[in-house]
Design a binder for this molecule. Structure first.
Ligand code: MG
Length: 232
């Protein structure tokens, strides 16, 4: 008999290729506002955005702060002058991102296979509700997942214990030993799962080879390897 019944799936950079979605949405947005889309500007934005989300994970800032700050800081950093306000650029980017939905190769196939083996599948994501729901529905993942948990809707984000408590209260499985989380982020997914007392698979997509203080239960570099862990 298999050990787990229930899988909590992170969304961005685990099922969805967020890096690709972000990049294509940024290029589209920059074009609309005559901002040069170069490797330097695209990477520059991502660094600013990533740093803000890390602060959000720690509870230091709100998601409103992220929306209001990211393009303002970006324009200042590169000295770009733009007719539009940072808020307008942000809205345009959010719209473009909501319509993106590149998947990690093999991720959808894995979800379908796990489902056919009887697993309950839940999406657990830190993100903006409208954006995430749009992307989920576009790809059809909503038809495979048993439920979707978005931090903006819950009011707490991974790795906060309140996020996981909310999820545990709203899923069928009550035995934590039968629940496993799959995610790419050490700071939100792996830390959150370990603190919440459930097993986890670290999808080390970028081959980062970190030395961890808290070890994930499993580690994979290719999403397809998860089949070997969860299906006998
Ligand atoms: Mg992720």
């Amino acid at each position: 008999m298999k050990k787990y019944t229930t899988i909590l799936f992170d969304m961005d950079n685990t099922i969805f290729d967020f890096d690709e979605d972000e990049r294509s949405s940024l290029i589209k947005t920059f074009k609309q506002f005559d901002i040069p889309a170069t490797n330097e500007t695209l990477t520059g934005y991502s660094q600013i955005n990533d740093a803000l989300w890390k602060r959000f994970e720690k509870g230091e800032i709100t998601k409103e702060d992220i929306k209001n700050t990211r393009f303002k800081t970006f324009l200042e950093k590169f000295g770009f002058v733009c007719d539009a306000t940072p808020g307008q650029i942000n809205d345009c980017y959010a719209e473009n991102l909501a319509h993106s939905g590149n998947l990690i190769e093999g991720a959808m196939e894995l979800c379908i296979k796990l489902k056919s083996y009887g697993y309950k599948l839940y999406i657990v994501t830190n993100g903006l509700e409208r954006t995430q729901l749009f992307r989920i529905n576009k790809t059809g993942i909503d038809k495979i997942a048993d439920a979707i948990f978005i931090s903006e809707t819950i009011g707490y984000q991974k790795p906060l214990p309140q996020f996981f408590e909310y999820v545990f209260e709203n899923i069928e499985e009550k035995n934590k030993e039968k629940i496993i989380l799959i995610g790419d982020s050490l700071t939100s997914d792996i830390k959150g799962a370990l603190n919440a007392g459930i097993d986890c698979i670290w999808y080390d997509r970028k081959n980062s080879d970190y030395t961890l203080n808290d070890l994930p239960t499993f580690k994979v570099k290719d999403i397809r390897e998860i089949e070997n862990i969860l299906i006998d």
